[in-house]
Design a binder for this molecule. Structure first.
Ligand code: ADE
Length: 225
């Protein structure tokens, strides 16, 4: 998979993609991440990429031309399965969206900033609009990082244990059951007996019951879906 990210703040994206699972996925050649600095497409000494909104409201809007030129350059080089704009008015990210993006080959992500991007770029280019939750961030960069992480960990071979992405919370609309590791007793708190029993069919059943119980208590809405 290849992910191209367009941003005015490329430095924000350096560290998340240089550590842990997202780094390992790149090192293994399972994903390529290319960050593009929108300012390189800006005009003038200050590489202008934003302007005041028409209609007089406050804030700044990322202009059409730099974005259009950057996107044009990328689409001339390959076909993108999706051109995703990160925005609070997009569809809220969930596991099933991450699952479907993880099957794609080329994804482009556009990070808004300030008041967002000119609507015409959304109309001309964007194929999916994604929000990471009902709150407003200063830009789409953290959204792009979260979206990329949720996708990349699902690519076969990225996680060491092939089954672990499948047992995540939300994969079957259930929250994950509690987990424990050694020691078997800590400050008087014991690991549930069943997990030490070695009876794997019984353990499986218990874990499933715990997942349902936890979902019922914390996110009953998921059980309705
Ligand atoms: N940009 C600003 N807020 C955002 C959000 N909630 N999700 C995705 N991108 C955003």
């Amino acid at each position: 998979m290849r992910i191209d990210i367009i941003t005015v703040l490329p430095e924000l994206l350096t560290s998340p993609f240089s550590a842990s699972i997202m780094k390992r996925a790149q090192d293994k050649g399972l994903v390529e991440i290319h960050v593009h600095d929108l300012r390189e497409f800006g005009k003038g000494k200050y590489r202008h990429v934003d302007d005041y909104p028409y209609g007089g409201s406050s804030g700044m809007v990322l202009m059409c031309e730099p974005l259009d030129q950057c996107i044009e350059k990328l689409v001339a080089q390959r076909t993108y399965d999706e051109i995703i704009y990160l925005t609070p008015d997009g569809k809220t990210l969930n596991q099933s969206i991450a699952n479907s993006f993880s099957l794609k080959k080329n994804l482009m992500m556009i990070c808004g900033h300030y008041k967002g991007i000119d609507q015409r770029i959304r109309d001309m280019w964007v194929t999916k609009e994604i929000s990471i939750g009902d709150y407003v961030l200063s830009g789409g960069e953290f959204g792009a990082i979260i979206l990329a992480d949720s996708i990349i960990r699902l690519i076969p071979g990225v996680l060491g244990d092939e089954t672990s992405a499948l047992s995540d919370s939300f994969q079957d609309n259930l929250l994950a059951p509690p987990v424990y590791t050694r020691p078997a007793e800590y400050k008087g708190h014991k690991v549930p007996e069943i997990l030490l029993s070695g009876n794997f069919p019984k353990i499986e059943k218990w874990l499933h019951e715990q997942a349902i119980e936890r979902t019922r208590a914390r996110r009953p809405d998921l059980l309705d879906e």
